[in-house]
Design a binder for this molecule. Structure first.
Ligand SMILES: Nc1ncnc2c1ncn2[C@@H]1O[C@H](COP(=O)(O)OP(=O)(O)OP(=O)(O)O)[C@@H](O)[C@H]1O
Length: 277
């Protein structure tokens, strides 16, 4: 695991707008934050506050009409906004990867699981078929899926299994950061918890950072080391999970927590205390 204390990713004054027919809509308003090495940073806030726009923007996966208007994204000191297409392709998957809400957005529905591993591996480095099969089997087993399922198509797998495949794919090239946008929202609570436990286990085994986006504050408190609270395109507060849960500084953070069922909050604090050293 890296001993480097410098932030993995530094986001400074990031502004993202949607160019609509009228005035541009400013979805992300000059936001600054760091993602540290090996941490889970949660991003919370009500629907429409700009979480997904940030997630896509950080990977430069945002599409028109979204436009990054200003700011800086540094990854290990490198200027991501200055990357050309080749640098972006090399960077994605190998240093940063993303798991979306619906595995159907991460996975190609008309390709077997093996085919998707093959495409991704070959896009980075020409890889012999035997090697692709070995690597796919290893990665599937790492996330608790029997290796023979590599021949299945996504629709032949359960929702939970598809998300595990998406996670395995995202981890294959050992990225330093995984961006997870509502990765388990579509799944039932038990499967959701199992998968997030898996993410935490893999993180301690492999060492990577996670930017974790969810509507579910209890879940967020359980798995995050730090949490940023977003409101209308701004980060109004960011801090250690313990502080954000137990001593929020901003009124909006308090409002968000108050909207959460008391039982879940108590459970979250307990579990959070168990996770945060
Ligand atoms: N293609 C688009 N064109 C115009 N506005 C958009 C577009 N996509 C998103 N927006 C607007 O940008 C704002 C931020 O949206 P975003 O999806 O980032 O929020 P979010 O916090 O991720 O919401 P949710 O939790 O519901 O996914 C919203 O007001 C949304 O309506």
């Amino acid at each position: 695991m890296s001993q480097d204390q410098s932030p993995l990713m530094q986001v400074q004054d990031l502004r993202i707008e949607y160019l609509t027919a009228g005035a541009p809509f400013r979805a992300v308003r000059d936001v600054s934050f760091d993602i540290n090495r090996n941490e889970v940073l949660g991003l919370a806030g009500e629907s429409g506050c700009g979480k997904s726009t940030i997630a896509y923007g950080l990977m430069r996966l945002h599409k028109p009409p979204a436009l990054i208007r200003q700011g800086q994204i540094l990854f290990e000191g490198r200027d991501v906004l200055a990357f050309d297409d080749a640098a972006l392709r090399a960077w994605r998957w190998s240093e940063v990867s993303m798991v979306f809400q619906s595995a159907m957005n991460s996975l190609n529905p008309v390709m077997t699981v093996l085919g998707q591993f093959s495409d991704m591996l070959n896009a980075h480095q020409k890889t012999a078929r035997a090697r692709v099969i070995i690597r796919t089997a290893e990665m599937l087993e790492m996330v608790g899926i029997p290796a023979e399922r590599m021949h299945a198509y996504p629709h032949q797998l359960s929702g939970g299994m598809r998300q595990r495949v998406a996670l395995a794919l995202a981890l294959t090239l050992r990225p330093k950061l995984i961006i997870m946008d509502e990765p388990t929202t579509a799944l039932d609570v038990v499967v959701q918890r199992e998968i997030l436990q898996e993410v935490l286990r893999l993180r301690s085994e492999l060492g990577f950072s996670v930017l974790f986006i969810t509507h579910d504050l209890a879940l967020m408190a359980q798995i995050s080391d730090r949490i940023g609270i977003m409101k209308e395109g701004e980060i109004v507060e960011i801090g250690d999970t313990n502080q954000i849960v137990n001593a929020p500084q901003h009124d909006y953070t308090r409002t968000l927590w108050e909207a959460m069922p008391v039982l879940e909050q108590a459970e979250a604090s307990e579990s959070e205390a168990a996770h945060v050293p």
